[in-house]
Write a new protein. Sequence first.
Length: 115
Amino acid sequence: QVQLVESGGGLVQPGESLRLSCAASSSIIGLNLMGWYRQAPGKERELVAHITRAGITNVADSVKGRFTISRDNAKNTVYLQMNSLKPEDTAVYYCKGSTMLRDYWGKGTLVTVSS
C-alpha cells in the first residue's frame, strides 16, 4: 500500500510559477509510472504529465513547454514544475502512481491562477 500526498498548490498570478510535490509513503521504485492529473471545475480529470521508472516523460500538449515532470527516487517524490501559468491551468492537481496491478491516488492540491 502506497500513500501519496501532494503539496505546493496555491494562488498565483498569470505568468508566475509553482512547483508541486508528490511524496510517497514508501519507495516509488516499484511504481512503473507516476503522473500528474488535474480536474478543473465542471470538467473531467485529465492527464497533465507522466514519467516512467526509467525517467521517460510525456506531457500534455496543453502544457508542453511550460510544465516539467521529474522524479527523485531517493526522496520518493515526484515533482511538477509549472511555469508561465495561465488562468486555464486552475484546477485540483492529483498525483497518481501505478504498478502492474493497481493505481494509487493522492487527495489533490488546488492551484488557482488569477489576477
